[in-house]
Design a protein around this ligand. Structure first.
Ligand SMILES: C[C@@]1(CC(=O)O)C2=NC(=C\c3[nH]c(c(CCC(=O)O)c3CC(=O)O)Cc3[nH]c(c(CC(=O)O)c3CCC(=O)O)/C=C3\N/C(=C\2)[C@@H](CCC(=O)O)[C@]3(C)CC(=O)O)/[C@H]1CCC(=O)O
Ligand SMILES: NC(=O)c1ccc[n+]([C@@H]2O[C@H](COP(=O)([O-])OP(=O)(O)OC[C@H]3O[C@@H](n4cnc5c(N)ncnc54)[C@H](O)[C@@H]3O)[C@@H](O)[C@H]2O)c1
Length: 208
């Protein structure tokens, strides 16, 4: 049974076993989240090798051994050998997060299809059953929530902060926070949004 959560991976020790296509995809997302990544693999894809040269990831150039998972917060078994992935799984302790790319039923964590727009994260999972559908729905949502959402979410973040700081009455605060989510702000240009925010704050400050 699955429970959705957003992991804070900053500085978290992450071991990825295997240096191929699937490992590369997972590592790109983990680097974006500032994880501390070590890859255990006799070889690396061209892209991963470049990341290693740029010191973005560490590389243990070897085949997997049990001790390689020691101290890891998250382990990803991403080799093309089912038995090796099984061995990685067996090497983990119960408290470690483990994703086995060819055995979702063994994984205690599975990755959704995800995209980001600034601080907004939209993720889709089919509980591991139909990854192709997760990806397709994600792509549809990514068209719907286009790049402009990054500015919009940034504006809302700033607007919320101002409301919390500048309006004292709790009920008024709640009403204005709700008004901030009105679609007029979404549809306005970024410049127009901030003007509307000032008007909203002025109107509500003066009524206190
Ligand atoms: C969303 C995404 C995130 C990510 O992995 O980053 C993801 N798979 C993606 C791509 C992708 N997956 C597959 C292909 C090749 C074929 C194809 O094209 O269909 C490609 C494309 C490619 O590789 O390019 C097939 C596949 N996937 C899994 C198996 C094993 C199995 O089912 O047993 C097999 C069969 C392997 C085989 O036999 O070949 C397993 C999992 N894949 C999951 C997630 C988890 C469940 C998600 C959910 O709950 O829906 C889960 C359970 C485990 C996990 O990995 O966490 C990412 C989309 C990236 C994006 O966002 O665009
Ligand atoms: N979860 C997913 O989304 C998904 C998608 C596609 C495929 N898969 C599965 O993922 C597996 C990997 O796919 P890929 O395309 O990345 O394969 P790949 O062949 O590109 O890469 C496999 C990597 O594993 C390394 N490796 C092999 N034996 C090893 C060992 N003993 N110790 C350490 N590293 C070892 C290889 O050197 C290579 O770097 C496939 O077998 C497939 O079952 C999963």
């Amino acid at each position: 049974m699955y429970y959705s959560a957003i992991l804070n991976m900053k500085g978290k020790k992450t071991v990825v076993v295997g240096g191929g296509k699937v490992a590369e995809r997972k590592i790109k997302a983990l680097l974006d989240a500032c994880a501390d990544i070590t890859v255990v693999s006799p070889d690396l894809s061209d892209h991963l090798f470049r990341m290693h040269q740029e010191k973005k990831i560490s590389w243990k150039q070897k085949t997997f051994e049990k001790d390689d998972v020691n101290g890891a917060f998250l382990v990803i078994a991403a080799t093309n050998e089912r038995e090796v992935n099984e061995q990685v799984y067996q090497s983990c302790e119960a408290h470690q997060l483990i994703n086995v790319v060819d055995a979702p039923e063994k994984s205690n964590i599975i990755m959704p299809a995800t995209f980001k727009r600034g601080d907004l994260i939209i993720s889709v999972s089919t509980s591991g059953k139909v990854p192709g559908l997760a990806r397709k729905l994600k792509n549809n949502l990514a068209e719907q929530f286009d790049e402009h959402f990054a500015d919009y979410v940034e504006f809302l973040k700033e607007g919320r902060k101002r409301v919390l700081e500048e309006i004292n009455d709790p009920e008024q605060k709640r009403i204005v926070l709700h008004q901030l989510l009105d679609k007029s702000f979404l549809e306005a240009s970024n410049e127009e949004r901030y003007k509307q925010l000032e008007m909203l704050l002025n109107a509500n400050r003066s009524s206190e």
